[in-house]
Design a protein around this ligand. Structure first.
Ligand code: AVI
Length: 326
């Protein structure tokens, strides 16, 4: 995606206009400064997130991949033949390969990755385009809009929705409930949702996963300021913001913040906004909720699913839960 402000103060692109509105609300008001997590993922942010998946400290993606690889056949065995697959967030496609191959052994598969990023969808096509007996139809849209379009296209076949990688963890808990209920609203009884959730583990291990020694996650976090400079003509100096990671035990979540080094004033010209930071004041840029092993089943019940199976990883506590719409 390449959203940018056209000209000095000309008409912004749709994405930049949304970023501007969020900057006004999240940075312009009193109290804790914050920005929605989605703005971390411009092209550089998405590439940095892919690099994060290789970090020794960040075992989440590899655990998810191991589970999908080891249990893809067991998953396929629990689903009806000829199931249609929709994936919320196309990711790199690497993890999905195992599931698609297992399903395609049973019968031909139609796979619908849904993502707001055209670049991510293009990478997914390259990664999965060669899987035998799998036909890909990409949807460049937000998750619910894309899922409704996919559901509208199908005939008698059941739908399997993949929401892996613990992306659900980046939603606030109440928003996660609402989101799963909205997904359920698009589905028919018997359709399935494969939900990936990162599990609570030792605090030092979780902190290290979001504050790696090579500084890749810090770069991922600071890149948000670079993006705002570029798209909203702001003058953040990313070197004057420290990457800070916190564990909130009450909410069971990792928080990422950008902490101001010293008092500073930042101009966001496209939004005609001046923001003041006190020394040590932060912008809260991401929450990553962690779950107890029994939580996905409870989430499922609240949203109108039952948990039919759960697979987990021994090396890095992570769970994939197969939720069936009731
Ligand atoms: C995409 N999401 C599940 C990642 C997470 O762990 O919350 C994003 C991430 N942020 C920092 N490192 C990885």
């Amino acid at each position: 995606m390449s959203a940018h402000v056209e000209g000095a103060l000309g008409a912004p692109s749709r994405e930049s206009a949304l970023l501007m509105a969020d900057a006004r609300v999240g940075l312009g008001g009193p109290g804790q400064k914050w920005l929605p997590v989605r703005w971390l993922y411009d092209e550089v942010g998405s590439a940095l997130f892919e690099a994060i998946a290789y970090l020794p400290e960040y075992g989440l993606t590899r655990a998810d991949e191991r589970i999908l690889r080891s249990h893809a056949r067991a998953l396929a065995a629990r689903l009806s033949r000829g199931v249609m697959v929709a994936e919320l967030g196309s990711g790199s496609g690497r993890k999905t390969r195992w599931v698609l191959e297992a399903l395609a052994r049973q019968s031909a598969v139609r796979y619908h990755p849904i993502d707001v990023s055209a670049a991510a969808l293009a990478r997914c096509r390259v990664e999965l385009g060669e899987v035998a007996r799998v036909e890909i139809a990409t949807h460049e849209s937000d998750y619910l809009e894309g899922l409704s379009a996919v559901a509208g296209e199908r005939g008698d076949e059941d739908l399997l929705v993949l929401f892996v990688g613990s992306t659900i963890g980046n939603f606030e808990r109440a928003a996660a409930d609402d989101f799963l209920a909205a997904v359920r609203g698009v589905l028919r009884p018997g359709d399935a949702l494969l939900l990936g959730t990162d599990l609570v583990k030792e605090v030092p291990r979780m902190l290290a996963a979001y504050d790696d020694a090579a500084g890749v996650t810090a770069a991922f976090n600071r890149n948000l300021l670079v993006r705002i400079n570029r798209e909203l003509l702001a003058d953040f100096d990313p070197r004057r913001f420290d990457h800070e990671v916190r564990w909130d035990a009450g909410s069971r979540r990792i928080e990422m913040h950008l902490r101001s080094r010293g008092a500073q004033r930042i101009a966001i010209r496209a939004a005609e906004l001046e923001i003041r930071f006190r020394d040590g004041e932060t912008i809260w840029t991401e929450s990553s909720h962690k779950y107890r092993p029994d939580e996905p089943a409870k989430l499922a019940l609240r949203a109108g699913f039952r948990c039919a199976a759960q697979w987990s990883d021994a090396e890095w506590p992570f769970a994939e839960s197969l939720l069936v719409a009731v």
